[in-house]
Each structure stands twice: as C-alpha cells, then as structure tokens.
Ligand binder design. Structure first.
Ligand SMILES: [Zn+2]
Length: 98
C-alpha cells in the first residue's frame, strides 16, 4: 500500500488518483482519513474506537464561534487513525453506520 500525505489516504497504486503525484510506501503510523461525522455520531464513534483501543485523531471542522451561529448539531468531525489500525477502525465505522 502507498500513502498520499495530501489526501491522508492509503492507496493500492503508487500514483495518487486525486493529486496525480508519485506516492511513498505507507508506514504503520501514517494518519489515514477514516470518516467525517456530525457531532452526535462522532461521539458514538469515539466511544466505539475507545472500546476497541484504536488510537484516533479527531479534527473539528468548524471553529467555536461558527458553531454558535449555526448550532452545535451542524458541527462535523473528521476522524483519522494510524494505518496500523485503519482496517479495524473501518470495520467499526461500517458496523456503526450501516
Ligand atoms: Zn492525494
């Protein structure tokens, strides 16, 4: 597997289909984009990932000032996990959201 630092995604081919650049081999600790979820679902996903002892990084898409205007329910979170836990985390997402 190969890794694109701009997409934060693992790819099977060594050229990124989105960026068109040559990719290095993926490393176990490369952060891979898992999923983007609204706050309510994000909290559920955090709990599931923690139950599975999967390390993750969660990025909030809107700033705190913004969420006051549009309401907290619209806030989204992007989840990233190290490649070593990517497949396991994907399974958690599929189980939770299918
Ligand atoms: Zn890319």
């Amino acid at each position: 597997m190969y890794y694109c630092q701009d997409c934060h995604m693992p790819y099977e081919q060594d050229i990124c289909p989105r960026c068109g650049v040559k990719l290095p081999l993926i490393k176990e600790d490369d952060d891979c984009f898992l999923v983007e979820k609204k706050e309510l679902w994000a909290d559920m996903l955090k709990e599931v990932l923690e139950n599975h002892h999967i390390p993750y990084y969660c990025a909030q898409l809107m700033g705190a000032g913004m969420s006051l205007k549009v309401g907290p329910m619209l806030e989204s979170y992007q989840f990233y996990v190290p490649y070593s836990h990517y497949h396991e985390a994907m399974q958690c997402v599929e189980t939770l959201f299918s």
